[in-house]
Design a protein around this ligand. Structure first.
Ligand code: ATP
Ligand code: MG
Length: 482
């Protein structure tokens, strides 16, 4: 029975594809669970259980997706303090951003065969429908806040869903004949843009909802990187202790003037980045110690140096975990690369991954760092250790990186045009070769006929010269293949 489940699932995918409206549902079953364990969407996202008002046509989504989202500076988002003004802005901006993401995801090759991606899309569609409905029906402030709360909750495990889905997608693309490198490159590019727009939506929603709490905003004007580094160190050590006997200490020191120690920032983002970096470092040191040192030898500590001036704060996270081989140093930025072997538990409540496993920790941290106006670099010394440098600007004027479906579509059209030009160029060269090779046999009228044939073939979408194997189409003389 179990072996029949994938086939059943495929049949359901085929069936759903026939639906004309965007009711595509999560296809999880408990027995053959393609999504993450904690994903509670099976019942919630079945099309049958969707009220009619939340079924959206593809046309509506595309209409919103053709509009440009409005990129903001982080400072602008953090300065939104009036719930009514913010709600008004979200009612126009959120449907556009969500529709862009839905369209973007839908254009991913073979996504229709990946249940976790269908599940991710179903959630986006549901959220899009709810926000549009709230905006159109003139929802009260409280009703709209509840809608945004529901959106946030629905998308809580979206990154894990995307990770599971794109790993599945990679296997399908390779089975369909793509090389592994090609498949990975395409998925990495997609995720970079797709996750970036998710971060933007998340930040807007979080800022809006925080206006109803005491903190009135998600930013902390006096965010202390040293305190957060200690906190992240404690969490990473705790997670690692479940797996390793010897876990490294995390030492934090500060270099700079006392009043330059803090900066205005969203603490949860910085904590996320530091936690991902520290989990990597703790794992590297603990594994290195277990595999290469005696039990009695002291474990090398992880050293974090925080330095700052008026413009920037820089964090250097240094571990002696054996480093990363030179030939793998670029690969670590791929969402598809991890040296973790064995099963990964994906049931943690927070967005952070467990100690290691999916390969998304570094690329996601880099995206977050860039989103908050900073940057992340890794300098690794093979057989020794790794430095992760996190640069944070005190006052970033950078706007959100806003990948839009419209721009993406335009780029795709341009690429298609480029490919077509290349084909025409090749065809023209083929005519030249033909004429040259068969100049003794092809008369002037015959050459014109060949050119005509080529143009017709191109118009029909056929890329090769039919005439290649023929002789002169005018004199019917054959060219002997040399
Ligand atoms: N400090 C480090 N020392 C040695 N290797 C590292 C270090 N940081 C990262 N790596 C290597 O880079 C790979 C990718 O890291 P990344 O954080 O992106 O994924 P991961 O840790 O495997 O999984 P997760 O998604 O849970 O973070 C790791 O599997 C590891 O091999
Ligand atoms: Mg990691």
């Amino acid at each position: 029975m179990l072996s029949m489940l994938p086939a059943l699932c495929r049949a359901r995918v085929r069936g759903l594809r026939r639906l004309s409206t965007w009711q595509v549902a999560c296809l999880q079953t408990n027995a053959d669970h393609p999504c993450v364990d904690s994903c509670p969407c099976f019942n919630e996202n079945q099309p049958a259980s969707w009220p009619a008002e939340f079924r959206v046509s593809e046309e509506v989504v595309n209409r919103y997706a053709s509009r440009q989202p409005n990129p903001l500076r982080m400072e602008e988002v953090l300065q939104m303090k009036d719930p009514e003004e913010t709600a008004k802005m979200l009612m126009t901006e959120m449907p556009v951003r969500l529709a862009n993401r839905i369209a973007h995801l839908s254009h991913l090759d073979m996504m229709e065969s990946c249940p976790a991606l269908l599940c991710a899309r179903a959630r986006l569609v549901r959220s899009f429908a709810e926000v549009v409905r709230a905006a159109d029906s003139g929802a009260s402030l409280e009703e709209f806040a509840n809608t945004i709360r529901a959106v946030k909750e629905r998308h809580k495990h979206q990154v894990k869903r995307l990770t599971v889905g794109t790993h599945h997608l990679k296997r399908l693309l390779i089975q369909s004949g793509k090389s592994a490198d090609e498949a990975i490159e395409g998925i990495d590019q997609f995720l970079d843009r797709f996750v970036l727009s998710r971060i933007g939506i998340e930040m807007l929603n979080s800022q809006y909802l925080s206006l109803f709490t005491q903190s009135r905003g998600i930013a902390d004007p006096n965010c202390d990187p040293c305190a957060l580094a200690r906190k992240a160190g404690a969490i990473a050590r705790k997670i690692a202790a479940e797996e390793f006997e010897a876990v490294p200490e995390v030492q934090v020191s500060f270099f700079g003037k006392r009043d330059a120690r803090t900066l205005p920032l969203v603490p949860s983002y910085l904590l996320y980045i530091l936690l991902e970096l520290l989990k990597n470092s703790v794992r590297a040191v603990a594994e290195n110690h277990r595999d290469n040192k005696s039990k009695e030898a002291p474990v090398d500590p992880i050293v974090i140096r925080v330095a700052s001036d008026e413009a920037q704060v820089v964090l250097d996270i240094f571990d002696r975990g054996g480093g990363i081989p030179f030939e793998l140093q670029q690969k670590v930025w791929s969402y598809m690369y991890s040296t973790r072997r064995g099963p990964v538990s994906a049931d943690r409540e927070d967005e952070a991954t467990p100690l290691a496993g999916f390969g998304v920790g570094l690329p996601l941290s880099r995206l977050y760092a860039e989103y908050i106006g900073g940057s992340l670099q890794l300098i690794s010394m093979p057989n020794f250790g790794t430095h992760a440098f996190l640069f944070l600007e005190r006052c970033s004027t950078r706007k959100e990186g806003m990948p839009t479906y419209v721009n993406w579509l335009r780029k795709r059209h341009l690429l298609e045009e480029l490919v077509e030009l290349e084909v025409r160029k090749r065809a023209a060269a083929e005519i030249e070769d033909y004429a040259e090779a068969g100049s003794e046999f092809v008369c002037r009228t015959g050459l014109t006929a060949i050119k005509q044939m080529t143009v017709t073939n191109l118009a029909r979408g056929q890329l090769h010269l039919e005439a290649n194997s023929l002789g002169c189409p005018c004199c019917k003389m054959r060219i002997s293949p040399s």
